[in-house]
Design a protein around this ligand. Sequence first.
Ligand SMILES: Cc1cc2nc3c(=O)[nH]c(=O)nc-3n(C[C@H](O)[C@H](O)[C@H](O)COP(=O)(O)O)c2cc1C
Length: 147
Amino acid sequence: MSTLVVYDSNYGNTRIVAEKIGAEIAEGTAVVSVSGLTPERLTGVDLLVVGCPIIGWRPSPRMQAFLAQLGVGTLHGVRAAAFDTRVRLFIHGDAAGKISHALERAGAHIVAQPHGFIVEGREGPLAAGELEKAAEWAGAIMPTLHR
Ligand SMILES: Cc1cc2nc3c(=O)[nH]c(=O)nc-3n(C[C@H](O)[C@H](O)[C@H](O)COP(=O)(O)O)c2cc1C
């Protein structure tokens, strides 16, 4: 099975979460930055996990640009899940849910609830316990693949 984790990250926190998720899903999972990535890289991928920071209440600009390139139906047959990183704000907006919708529109089958992981301020670090939560979230994805 081919598994890919795609992330965007300004200060490194989302990359750390992406790498944790990749390691948890399966040894050898590719974890790649969205920078310069083209939709062709998704060809042949069975499980796709996508995450980025919330920037201005929505997915980061680089992630939005990537998602905008995914044509309707291009992810048909792909299992997918989305996450974001965010600060503790009363109104923090959402990226994971929006990514999840974009993946679904492209034809993917969503296998996990979109999830936000907390950072302590814009540059991080990740809040205590969030990496463990990331491992837990990722660990719950694998059993869904056999349903
Ligand atoms: C310009 C800018 C806008 C941001 N807007 C939001 C926001 O609307 N909601 C939120 O929860 N966090 C916001 N943040 C905080 C980011 O989510 C935080 O920097 C990110 O999770 C850190 O991840 P990274 O280290 O991977 O870049 C913003 C950060 C920046 C730099």
